[in-house]
Design a protein around this ligand. Sequence first.
Ligand SMILES: C[S@@+](CC[C@H](N)C(=O)[O-])C[C@H]1O[C@@H](n2cnc3c(N)ncnc32)[C@H](O)[C@@H]1O
Length: 344
Amino acid sequence: MRLKLARVMSTHASCLLRQNCYWRIFDRGPSLSRGYCYKNRTNPDVAPSGIHNVQSIRAKWAEHFKYRNVPEAEVSAELIVAHVLGSKTLAGIASWQIVSKSKIDRINELCALRLRRIPVQYVIKEWDFRDLVLEMQPPVLIPRPETEELITHIGNYQTIQDLSPPRRILEIGCGSGAVIISLAKEYPESFCMGLDQCAVACELTRRNAMKHDTALSVKNIEFNDTTVEGEEVFQSKYDMIVSNPPYVPTIDLESLSPEILQYEDVAGALDGGQEGLDVIKSILRNASRILTSDGLLWLEVDSTHPEAIKKLVEDNSHWNMKYIKTCKDFMNKSRFCLLSSNTV
Ligand SMILES: C[S@@+](CC[C@H](N)C(=O)[O-])C[C@H]1O[C@@H](n2cnc3c(N)ncnc32)[C@H](O)[C@@H]1O
């Protein structure tokens, strides 16, 4: 199982960040810290002058984030300082290294953004997904760590079942392109198509594909009963459909963290309707029409969904879909569903 958050510098930080990035977990109670922040309440958004080395500026900002109740305080400070110093982490940078005035100004600028609860991934404008460094742009969803596992599950299944590489792969809701670019890398001979209803997401996927020298088709289109009927992209069949659709039940949205609520596309990328199943149902209803006869459908869903999905396809045999299995994520939650077309 591959769970690498390549950017993160230590196991401890990795766990911290992984857990807090997990959108279904609310922000934990932040801790207050004493020190500089308490003494400088009158001008809380500005780091002290005269701080010149890597360690001191990182520590001061971490303290300050804690004081201002910014989650992931230590990791945020570390990632921002490292980013300005041209590195992913501070692991290879001497803590005593002097930081120039212009770099301190830039660190202060970026940390001020973090103080506004802008996710650190948007602040530094990039994030890792498996071994890819992807550009990030609000409001396009920041890929979650569990989604990395989706690629692993797909690869494992292909290998265990001794399947030949899919000739045509479709991702519904490509966001930043994390999933479809990873699959295009995994299966370089496959035709890969990413679609998203959000134009900004499509542009971002295109840029990320170009950055990683990946051949990909991207279409700005909403997947629904009508477009499946009429759009050209659905006229040729696919061997595999993959989707991490919006699946958070609407009622749960209000408890998401300010980082998510203010800066990510909650309505378009997360809100799955009353039960979180709106887009999922639309995919299940239409999948067999665009899949080859033994084509596969991989879904990332809420942990309450696999049982509901199994029942939905059983109760709606005219959808011509067969439930194959559920896979768990690193939190041991039922997270991924595999189905196949059942049209033969
Ligand atoms: C949870 S995000 C997943 C993004 C990306 N695949 C990832 O895993 O990081 C869902 C994405 O699906 C898109 N989306 C939602 N409903 C859609 C629909 N009916 N048709 C096409 N795209 C849709 C959203 O704009 C968003 O980018």
